[in-house]
Write a protein that binds this ligand. Structure first.
Ligand SMILES: Cc1ncc(COP(=O)(O)O)c(C=O)c1O
Length: 382
């Protein structure tokens, strides 16, 4: 038996449509987009354009030219953070962030470029909007918030944070790595200025493709790289228009083709029905866990809204031992440790040992959950 419950790291399996679209592209038309004028190049450019349009529709980005392709969410977050911040800026972020956000911020802080405030939850266990308001300073330039925790599955109140940012003229950057493809995201109604996403998780694309969506032209972003764009080739200076400004070098067309097929797959299922299916599995798992003595479940830390990620510990065992036992004895694949999110584990009280994380995908079934609960019952008593 092989049960893959590591979909927050990357989703598996990918839908057959994704592999088919990539094979078709590689076999028939994998030319460089936006460079040459021949039919294959034009066809590749059309695919890139259509994928931008699809992403703009998915996240309600006002203009598809401000959908910028990146290698992944980490790349998008780095462009947003390094591209917008200047010496003397203050940034507010949350205790739920992934290292893809925390590390660039800490580097700039260590170099004396910016100041960083990290906010968390109030006594009632809800994300603390008041702490956000109280942390704002005259030089607060950016608020960075994870949409959905990759450790606990908690969904942050993005629209409320967006409103505070908009009222105070602060740029709002959202890390949608775990949310994109499972929770509806609307950049315009939620007042999101910059949205970073990755393709290989809940959008069912291959690894190596992601993006940064930019709400408007008012946000000045300095590119991380300069280079060939296929546009304005006569100039020795990098273009200053989107998307070329932030897309130096040949794009990952294979990834983009896979992303387009992945998003179409998600849209054909419908976000609502995806979330319901995922919550059914999650609730079945949590109900089952409640009946097993010796397991601690880390749930409902920041909100009552969550996605299909469950972190646990088995009393008396390390998270890595439990993950190893699940894999070697039962064929169940999960992730143990800190999940690139040390601050979340400090909040949970699970630093440095971490937790065992189970994350479900669209191809998991009720049988997978029952099998995993059975395995945990055996591990607890072993
Ligand atoms: C919340 C969150 N942010 C950022 C990332 C980074 O994604 P990628 O490795 O695709 O850049 C991840 C991936 O684990 C994540 O879960």
């Amino acid at each position: 038996m092989k049960v893959y419950l590591d979909n927050s790291a990357t989703s598996w399996p990918k839908p057959p449509q994704v592999a088919e679209a990539i094979t078709e592209f590689l076999t028939h038309s994998a030319a460089s987009p936006g460079r040459s004028a021949h039919r294959m190049s034009v066809s590749a450019a059309r695919e890139v354009f259509e994928t931008r349009e699809l992403i703009a529709e998915l996240f309600n980005v006002p203009d598809s030219e401000r959908v910028v392709f990146t290698s992944n969410a980490t790349h998008a977050l780095n462009i947003a953070i390094y591209g917008t911040l200047k010496k003397g800026d203050h940034v507010i972020t949350t205790t739920f962030e992934h290292n893809s956000t925390i590390r660039p911020l800490r580097k700039l802080e260590n170099e004396g470029v910016i100041e960083v405030t990290i906010i968390g939850c109030n006594k009632e266990g809800a994300f603390d909007i008041r702490e956000l308001e109280n942390s704002i300073r005259p030089n607060t330039r950016l608020v960075c918030a994870i949409h959905t925790s990759n450790v606990t599955g908690d969904v942050l109140p993005i629209a409320s944070i967006g409103k505070v940012c908009k009222t105070n003229g602060i740029v709002f950057l959202v890390d949608a790595s775990q949310a994109a493809g499972i929770i509806p995201i609307d950049m315009q109604t939620e007042d999101i200025d910059l949205l970073a996403f990755t393709g290989h998780k809940k959008l069912y694309a291959p690894t190596g493709i992601g993006g940064l969506c930019i709400a408007n032209n008012q946000i000045a972003i300095q590119p991380l790289m300069q280079g060939g764009t296929g546009s304005r080739s006569e100039s020795e200076y990098h273009p200053e228009f989107y998307p070329d400004m932030l897309e130096a070098g040949t794009l990952n067309t294979v990834g983009i083709i896979g992303l387009k097929a992945g998003i179409n797959f998600v849209l054909s299922k419908g976000l609502d029905s995806i979330r319901q299916q995922q919550l059914r599995l999650t609730n079945q798992f949590i109900d089952g866990l409640k009946a097993i003595q010796g397991i601690t479940v880390y749930r409902g830390i920041a909100s009552s809204s969550y996605i299909s990620v469950v972190s646990i510990n088995v009393n008396g065992k390390t998270s890595s031992d439990v993950a190893l036992q699940l894999d070697t004895e039962f064929g169940i694949m999960v992730r143990s440790g800190l999940h690139c999110s040390p601050l979340t584990h400090r909040l949970l009280g699970t630093f440095p040992q971490g937790t065992v994380r189970f994350s479900f995908g669209l191809f998991n079934t009720a049988e997978d959950i029952n099998y995993t609960l059975d395995a945990l019952r055996k591990i607890v008593t072993s």
